[in-house]
Design a protein around this ligand. Structure first.
Ligand code: PMP
Ligand code: GLN
Length: 385
């Protein structure tokens, strides 16, 4: 028997591949995006307390109400938008589940979905499983900005959905107020739906304002906004995220969510709800915390042959190595991991048709000593030629 694949072009994600290679070679893992430092110890206590108190059975399908109320409070506090915890907020098993469910809810067979190139890797397979097609619009380096006029030319009668991601993985680009207005105008004019992947929403640097689809009411009326507690509380392994959407979209979203996972890990929902009540200021410190890491990483490579691209948000730094190597980016990342014990992600994997360039992505969500060790190696090897 030969099973015909529904995703014939896909292999295992680059994040699994590179983390495995890093482990095999005992390399410093700056590839897959996750912190190497502990989360708030109070959060761990709260998780243990929740489990000890016996909060170990199924959570309500849309999520523990106390957590949904805290999510609504967070949206109100950050973006002054009132959302109904009961009817507009759904807790999911990571942002990954929220993205997948939102795409299944919105995309029908034959629909076109606009994504950017480069883009996070989970969007396209989810669109294809829903029977849709992705249309790829290039972001313009070095700032990886959107050319909105160019984008509008790609909108056809079949276009159903646009997926945006700001702060952006892998480039660290951040939408300006003008970008959000341009997006809103296009969504309204062409009656599109939008998924706004905002998992790095609190990681915006250099005093720039933190914008969200939540702040643009007419856009928000047609948008599923996705975020992740994995990013916000340094617990990517807890796989807890959420979707905020208008009532009508939430109703459709939950029809699918209830048969994908039904509900998500109960003790973690109680723990995060309680932490948000006890320490609501924790989220506000995130941007400064990660900006320091970005600055440590980029400062240490400033006098090397690496050329760093601007990073305005997220916890990723793009770096151009063309001054000292001719290898393509996939080969370069393998060589870097095997021979120099630092793992990174090649940028080309985030494109449908990668341009000819020599750029890789580093994750700087690491302890200062990890960044020191890694940047010493990176500086040295850039002098090899
Ligand atoms: N979207 C983007 C842009 C991401 O970088 C990630 C990776 N964490 C996700 C979604 C998935 O988030 P989660 O780990 O909460 O599933
Ligand atoms: N979002 C993480 C990254 O970009 C990876 C998540 C995953 O491994 N699926 O590195």
């Amino acid at each position: 028997m030969k099973l015909q694949s529904k995703l014939p072009a896909l292999g295992t994600t680059i994040f699994s591949q590179m983390s495995q290679l890093a482990a095999e070679h005992q390399a410093i893992n700056l590839s897959q995006g996750f912190p190497d430092f502990p989360s708030n110890p109070r959060l761990i206590e709260l998780l243990a307390e929740s489990a000890r108190q016996g909060l170990n059975q199924y959570a309500p399908m849309p999520g523990v109400l106390a957590l949904r109320q805290q999510i609504a409070a967070l949206v109100q506090g950050c973006y002054q938008r009132e959302v109904c915890a009961d009817q507009q907020v759904t807790v999911t098993s990571g942002a990954t589940e929220a993205l997948f469910v939102a795409i299944q809810a919105l995309v029908r067979a034959g629909d076109e979905v606009i994504v950017f190139d480069p883009a996070y890797d989970s969007y396209q397979p989810a669109v294809e499983l829903a029977g849709g097609f992705t249309v790829h619009v290039p972001l313009l380096p070095p700032l990886y900005q959107v050319d909105w006029a160019q984008l509008e030319k790609q909108i056809s009668k079949k276009t159903r959905l646009i997926i945006v991601n700001s702060p952006h993985n892998p480039t660290g680009a951040v939408f300006s107020h003008q970008d959000w207005l341009a997006l809103q105008a296009l969504v309204l004019k062409h009656r599109l739906y939008c998924i706004s992947d905002e998992v790095y929403e609190h990681l915006v640097f250099d005093g720039q304002p933190q914008h969200s689809a939540n702040q643009y009411p007419e856009l928000a009326d047609r948008t599923v906004i996705v975020s992740s507690f994995g990013k916000t509380f340094h617990v990517t392994g807890w796989k807890l995220g959420y979707a905020v959407a208008p009532v009508e979209l939430t109703t459709e979203f939950r029809k699918i969510h209830q048969y994908v996972t039904f509900s998500s890990f109960t003790p973690a929902q109680h723990a995060i709800a309680q932490l948000l009540i006890e320490q609501p200021e924790e989220v506000k410190g995130l941007a400064a915390f990660y900006q320091q890491k970005r600055d440590q990483f980029s400062g240490a490579l400033a006098d090397s042959a690496w050329s760093l691209l601007p990073c305005r948000g997220s916890y990723f730094q793009l770096a151009d190595y063309s001054a000292f190597s001719d290898l393509d980016d996939v080969a370069f990342c393998h060589w870097l991991t095997r021979e120099h014990k630092v793992a990174a992600i090649p940028l080309s994997v985030f494109y449908r048709q990668p341009p000819s360039q020599r750029i890789i992505r580093f994750c700087f969500a690491k302890e200062p000593q990890t960044l020191t060790l890694a940047t010493e190696i990176l500086c040295q090897l850039s002098r090899l030629r």
